[in-house]
Design a protein around this ligand. Structure first.
Ligand SMILES: C[S@@+](CC[C@H](N)C(=O)[O-])C[C@H]1O[C@@H](n2cnc3c(N)ncnc32)[C@H](O)[C@@H]1O
Length: 369
């Protein structure tokens, strides 16, 4: 399967869209804001308040999360300029995702909101132009001209690997991801693909980012190697595999179809991220941190008073995985898959330890060239 031709989040603003079901990812971005603020402040000061600032959001998707970090960065830099008595820079903002991404919604719906949110600052004399452009293509290749980008942000995107290695297809049987029932060779092969992809990503960015430029990356990951299959990301795919197996038993999905389906994700540990950054050698690490989000909190829409609503999680997973699933199994089974999925999530919610998602955030600086 050519991941880059099939993968995208559900577009538009409907019930099953990513725009309406990306609260988990929004929460993750808000948890990493202090790291982003520190990186952009240090960058701007260390570069002696440049007249233009070029940033890129990689794996931007569509919906309310797309422009969150860009908005924040423009505000932080303009505030900084006010404090140090400088004219704010002109901003170039690149939005990147794969070609199937709903870029039209961004420009039609998100961009006017972005402009509105920053309009107030115009009246305070803090106005400077922001030029926003779309850059479709895989971030596992070059996206920008050499030495042109100051700051790169990416959240919940780099766990998507570029392809499913052949060995995974051959050996992972009825599992659809790294599961506790997967042979170790499957887990090693997934890891190897992540290493190749992440190294390539760093190599490409090292050419594009100016010396002293910054990058903040948050990846859906896990705590350590020994936990490979026990954390939230593996568990929720395992529950989806249970649904698909049920549907095979009911004759709604062909067994062979299930056997040839695997999710192109690898959730790295902080150590694995660090090793690749050090091996590639162009970036120095400023921060490497993990944070956690609980599956139950997600189901409650992050309102602690509410009861768990497993439809929230099911819709969130649908928004992310429907294009891959419907390409493989056919669109006609999607409603059934995700109805059964909410049921299974509810049934399993009281079993075992509390499920958590682990976020690995790394903040790096481009070494001198
Ligand atoms: C879960 S979404 C995250 C979107 C957004 N950053 C957020 O936090 O809400 C992951 C995004 O990464 C994109 N993506 C995955 N692999 C990619 C690649 N190789 N190149 C560019 N974008 C990619 C997907 O298409 C998807 O839109």
């Amino acid at each position: 399967m050519e991941v880059k031709q099939v993968l995208h989040m559900n577009g538009g603003f409907g019930d099953t869209s990513y725009a309406s079901n990306s609260l988990l990812q929004r929460k993750v971005i808000s948890m990493t804001k202090p790291i982003i603020e520190e990186a952009i402040t240090e960058l701007y000061i260390s570069m002696n308040a440049p007249n233009n600032l070029c940033m890129a959001e990689l794996g931007c998707s569509s919906g309310p999360n797309t422009m969150v970090v860009a908005t924040e960065i423009v505000k932080i830099v303009r505030k900084l300029c006010l404090e140090i008595g400088r004219q704010p820079p002109e901003f170039q903002i690149h939005l990147n995702d794969l070609t199937g991404n709903d870029f039209n919604s961004i420009f039609r719906d998100n961009l006017p909101m972005f402009q509105l949110e920053l309009r107030d600052e115009k009246s305070r004399g803090q106005f400077s132009p922001c030029f926003v452009s779309a850059v479709p293509g895989s971030f596992y290749g070059r996206l920008f001209a050499a030495n042109t980008v100051h700051f790169i942000h990416s959240s919940y995107s780099l766990q998507w690997i570029s392809k499913i290695p052949k060995e995974v297809e051959l050996l992972n049987k009825d599992n659809i991801y790294m599961s506790s029932a997967s042979p170790t060779q499957v887990i090693d092969t997934y890891y190897n693909q992540f290493r190749i992809d992440f190294y390539t990503f760093l190599r490409c960015r090292s050419e594009e980012i100016v010396s002293g430029g910054r990058m903040v990356l948050t990846i859906l990951g896990r705590r350590g190697h020994e936990d490979a299959c026990r954390e939230g990301c593996c568990y929720i795919w395992e529950l989806l595999a249970l649904v698909l197996k049920q549907m095979v038993a009911e004759g709604l999905i062909e067994k062979e179809k299930l056997r040839s389906f695997n999710i192109p994700n690898y959730t790295p540990s902080p150590r694995e991220v660090k090793e690749e950054v050090e091996k590639e050698g162009s970036f120095g690490i400023n921060h490497l941190e993990t944070s956690e989000i609980s599956l139950v909190d997600w189901s409650k829409g992050f309102r602690s008073a509410d009861e768990p609503d497993w439809h929230n999680v099911s819709r969130g997973m649908r928004a992310v995985s429907e294009p891959l699933l419907s390409e493989h199994f056919g669109g006609f089974v999607m409603d059934q898959i995700f109805e059964k999925y909410s049921e299974i999530l509810r049934e399993c919610s009281n079993k075992g330890p509390e499920t958590k998602f682990v976020n690995v955030t790394v903040s790096v600086t481009r070494n001198g060239k």
